[in-house]
Design a protein around this ligand. Structure first.
Ligand code: S3P
Ligand code: PEP
Length: 456
């Protein structure tokens, strides 16, 4: 378990979880009564890690207000620091840690090794930055990280003339031999395995001599809202980005402005708490919900009513109420037929919800989540079926049929969203034991403390 060397002594990404773990794992608490919780959440992983990269590539310092402090963001900070970026923690006004002042390097320097952990954003977003640095940068990560697809980034950089040694399997580890500049220009990649290939190249593209004219050639493009988020963060820093047709993006070369930026709460990490309102009954409110956002978690506003929830968005508060059809005998959760290709990140938590529905559900369009922190389709089917569920793997999704669940072990596979999914199941099923709840430290180190607050 990696605790970043950047951590201040008082910051322990695994502290909350450790307190509640037993030898077998973490005994997921059962909801003893209906929920009535109001919670606020730490910053978005996707926004924090984009802003860190852009701040490091900018023409002047930036300040990130209320950034996420977690394993994924600390790995990003460590990686950028080893390329020469300066970081200073400054007292923050948010409740989840310091703000962060980022000073770009005069000249990015390689001759370093970057640990990507299991963070898709780090392993995809940093190689193009390393191509802009002078000297070699070697990338590696956790054991499972070596199985996550990297071909779009590896072949993309090679296509731009960057010298990159890889094992020819299109995965970590590999070394980028940066020369201090990248020519840029026209490029075609296949981003069907991950939208992060596109985001990675777009984020560094303003610093390429000719910018970038990128096309995606492949049968599908998952997680489109994450590409929209990348474009929005670039344009907020004065970069010209054009999206003339689906699957093509043109980034003009030019400066990336240093700015002060507020990081929104992580709306995908709101999912387990909001889903809990349907599983345990009652209501859950998340504060600080942005009125406009590019985060895919905002789709929960439309997705949860399909399961029967009532959702209220009032100012900066989002409240989810259990279905009005819930009775003493049943939760009133409806089955759904969803294409989640845009929001694959929400799939694990929503599959748990479907497991408590009165009718069968299919969730499709998510073949690519087999390449997330683990093969999420296989993992969800294995863990739910291990507790008595009836879940069938499809090529690009899951079919979930109603079945009574019983307690037992729940494996997290080093996947934060598998861990939170086990916690959801444990709200209503006595005796669910999550083997590695600490893995929630990837994006939400406060998970178990917030879960206790949810149930208080
Ligand atoms: O760019 C990002 O911040 C992300 C993009 C998506 O990746 P995929 O396109 O690989 O699904 C998403 O699932 C991941 O959690 C975060
Ligand atoms: C897929 C995810 O993460 P990563 O950024 O590591 O790809 C996720 O958080 O669901």
């Amino acid at each position: 378990m990696l605790i970043s060397k950047y951590s201040e002594p008082e910051f322990d990404p695994y502290g909350d979880a450790r307190q509640t773990e037993t030898d077998d794992g973490w005994r997921a608490p059962l909801a003893a009564s209906k929920l009535s919780a109001v919670l606020s959440l730490p910053g978005s992983k996707s926004l924090t890690n984009r802003e860190l990269v852009l701040a490091a590539l900018a023409d002047s310092p930036s300040t990130l207000h209320a950034p996420l402090w977690s394993r994924d963001s600390e790995l990003m900070i460590d990686g950028l620091r080893s390329l020469g970026t300066g970081f200073e923690r400054v007292p923050g006004s948010g409740g989840f840690g310091d703000d962060l002042r980022v000073t770009p390097a005069g000249e990015l320097l390689g001759s370093t090794t970057i640990d990507c952990g299991l963070a898709g954003t780090v392993m995809r977003f940093l190689p193009p930055v390393a191509a802009l640095a002078l000297g070699p940068t070697t990338f590696d990560g956790d054991e499972y990280a070596r199985r996550r697809p990297m071909a779009g980034v590896i072949h993309g950089l090679q296509g731009l003339g960057v010298d990159l040694d890889d094992d020819r399997r299109g995965t970590l580890p590999f070394t980028v031999h940066g020369t201090g500049s990248v020519g840029g220009g026209e490029l075609e990649i296949d981003a069907s395995a991950s939208s992060q290939f596109v985001s990675a190249l777009l984020l560094s593209a303003p610093r390429f001599e000719r910018g970038l004219d990128l096309r995606h050639a492949g049968d599908r493009l998952p997680s489109l809202p994450h590409i929209e988020m990348t474009i929005a963060t670039l344009t907020a820093r004065g970069v010209e980005v054009d999206n003339p047709e689906t699957g093509r993006w043109i980034v003009a070369p030019g400066p990336i402005r240093g700015i002060d930026v507020d990081i929104e709460p992580d709306l995908s990490n709101a999912a387990p708490f909001l889903v809990a309102a349907l599983v345990a009954g009652g209501s859950v409110t998340i504060t600080g919900w942005p009125s406009e956002t590019t985060q895919v978690g905002a789709q929960l506003i439309d997705l949860l009513p399909k399961f029967g929830a009532r959702v209220e968005h009032d100012g900066d508060r989002l409240t989810v109420h259990a279905p009005s059809s819930a009775t003493a005998e049943g939760r009133g959760i409806r089955g759904v037929h969803l294409d989640l290709s845009e929001a694959g990140e929400l799939a694990p938590n929503l599959v748990a919800l479907a497991a408590f529905a009165d009718e069968p559900s299919t969730i499709t369009g998510i073949g690519h989540i087999r390449h997330h922190e683990t093969d999420r389709l296989a993992a969800l089917a294995a863990e739910l079926n291990g507790l008595g569920g009836r879940v069938t793997e499809l090529d690009d999704g899951l079919r979930i049929e109603p079945a009574p669940l019983h307690g037992g072990p729940w494996r997290a596979y080093a996947d934060h969203r598998m861990a939170t999914t086990g916690a959801i199941v444990g709200l209503a099923v006595p005796g669910v034991i999550v083997d590695d709840i600490a893995t929630t430290g990837k994006t939400l180190p406060q998970f178990t403390a917030l879960w206790e607050q949810l149930l208080a």
